[in-house]
Write a protein that binds this ligand. Structure first.
Ligand code: NDP
Length: 285
């Protein structure tokens, strides 16, 4: 068996095409979706992610603004900036690019963003809404993965879904979204004993740990769907995933590559959340 490769790039392209039309219609009604990104310091990876977000926004017609701040700014200054954006009626989505300098409290920053502008879906209010299955801004990476699975009509209801990694931005919300779709969900993490016992039982295996090629075919049930969230830089300077793609593709039914797998979907769902925020604000007026 050779797995079908799920191209996040292709699925993202199709969704963005539809978004472009939607944004054009919104603009005709006087609604101009706008995303403001705050970028602190000079971490090259953060710069590259923010550039990608700006490019994608422009591609679909979403207005984008990047506020670049020195890594020496105080937490108070940053919170004040966020509060200004919360009040700014032209801004629909606010995103503070993580990670933050050590002297700034990440949770405080996340909780300062108004929930109705939290297009990353990290605010505890939005996480809580997701938990109880209410309509909300879903965290972009898990939302993108769910959309990828649905784009291939992969059966989620009743499946055994195993998530390796339990971060607040990927693993935990991913499990919750799949539970909402009636999967039986198992979370694994660095303290999990005998990881293989769990992963080999997965119909859907989602790996988000940040360890190059930690998962080879010996961890995978034949016919499984394997989603690789990991982004690791190799010694040669290229990007690779947490899954040994060449090995696992021999036995999986579906697999995502790195790059061009989950990454483009994460950005696409950020755009979806920004459009949603703009529409919601218009409905409230
Ligand atoms: P974190 O570092 O926040 O979390 C990693 C998780 O993996 C932790 O829960 C940790 O367990 C677990 N873990 C680490 N090593 C092992 C192991 N050997 N076996 C089992 N579990 C392990 O990472 P993120 O969730 O933020 O990101 C994960 C990866 O996904 C990274 O490579 C990141 O770059 C990538 N990423 C990609 C995105 C995209 O759009 N493509 C978006 C976001 C992230 P414990 O909790 O016990 O410490």
């Amino acid at each position: 068996m050779t797995a079908e490769i799920i191209s996040g790039l292709e699925v993202a392209k199709e969704i963005r095409q539809t978004m472009k039309t939607e944004v054009t219609t919104l603009k005709e009604q006087g609604i101009v979706p706008k995303l403001t990104v705050i970028l602190i310091g000079d971490d090259p990876a953060s710069h590259s992610y923010v550039n990608g977000k700006e490019k994608a926004s422009n591609e679909v017609g979403i207005e984008s603004e990047i506020i670049r701040l020195e890594s020496t700014i105080t937490e108070e200054f940053l919170l004040e900036k966020i509060n200004e954006l919360n009040k700014n009626e032209n801004v629909n989505g606010i995103l503070v690019q993580l990670p933050l300098p050590e002297h700034i409290n990440e949770q405080k920053v996340i909780e300062t963003i108004a929930p109705e502008k939290d297009v990353d879906g990290f605010h505890p209010i939005n996480i809580g809404r997701m938990m109880v299955g209410q309509d909300t801004f879903l965290p972009c990476t898990p939302y993108g993965i769910l959309t990828l699975l649905q784009s291939k009509d992969i059966t989620i209801s009743g499946s055994n879904a195993v998530i390796v990694g339990r971060s607040n931005i990927v693993g935990k919300p991913m499990g919750q979204l799949l539970l909402n779709e009636n999967a039986t969900v198992t979370y694994c993490h660095s303290r999990t004993k005998d990881l293989k016992v769990h992963t080999k039982n997965a119909d859907i295996l989602i790996v988000a740990i940040g360890k190059e090629h930690a998962i080879d075919a010996s961890y995978v049930k034949p016919g499984a769907t394997v989603i690789d969230v990991g982004v690791n830089r190799t010694n040669e300077g290229t990007l690779t995933g947490d899954v040994d793609f060449e090995d696992v593709k021999k036995i999986a039914a579906y697999i995502t590559p790195v790059p061009r797998g989950v990454g483009p979907m994460t950005i696409t769902m950020l755009l979806a959340n920004t459009i949603k925020a703009a529409k919601r604000r218009n409905e409230r007026e």
